[in-house]
Design a protein around this ligand. Structure first.
Ligand code: FE
Ligand code: FE
Ligand code: FE
Length: 167
């Protein structure tokens, strides 16, 4: 339990906490993606990051709609996991010299981010269903679909063009 976080007593608290966690994470991602765009050489990878940065801004707005729909203030709590994933991405990026290897490393780091998001949105949807917050399921599902599509795009990119160039 974090020192300044509210105790989580029931599923409602867990739902709100998870919402705050992913709200923080999405905001950190909007700060990290511009640096990844800057480092990417492959045009498709670069464009993929740019598209996902735009989507991420929309995802933040959806989360704000979810907070409002359940009468909760829009608020984030520190997500140690996303901070760690982003820190690790930056470390790896600074260790790679070859630009083609760097593209593969960027795609791999981005996939770690997507997988974290996919797990959180999956949990949120399942909790929303259990708690009867049916009005927010479509919002959360729309974002989950975007995260999964991004993950698939990154796999395709990594397996085709980028990896072939780097080999
Ligand atoms: Fe996201
Ligand atoms: Fe987290
Ligand atoms: Fe994402």
């Amino acid at each position: 339990m974090g020192l300044f976080t509210k105790p989580i007593k029931n599923l409602d608290d867990l739902f709100v906490h998870t919402l705050q966690d992913i709200y923080y994470a999405e905001n950190q991602i909007t700060k990290a993606l511009p640096q990844m765009i800057e480092k990417a050489t492959n045009p498709a990878l670069r464009q993929g990051f740019e598209t996902h940065l735009r989507e991420t801004h929309g995802q933040i707005q959806r989360l704000e709609q979810v907070f409002t729909a359940i009468n909760q203030p829009v608020k984030g709590v520190t997500c140690e996991a996303i901070d760690g994933i982003i820190r690790e991405a930056k470390e790896i990026i600074s260790d790679v010299d070859d630009v083609l290897v760097l593209d593969v490393a960027l795609a791999a780091s981005a996939q770690a981010v997507e997988h974290y998001e996919i797990s959180r949105y999956g949990t949120l949807i399942s909790l929303a269903r259990q708690l009867g917050h049916h009005q927010v399921i479509a919002l959360l599902q729309a974002t989950l679909d975007e995260e999964k599509a991004t993950d698939r795009k990154l796999t395709e990119l990594a397996e085709s063009r980028i990896n072939r160039q780097a080999a």
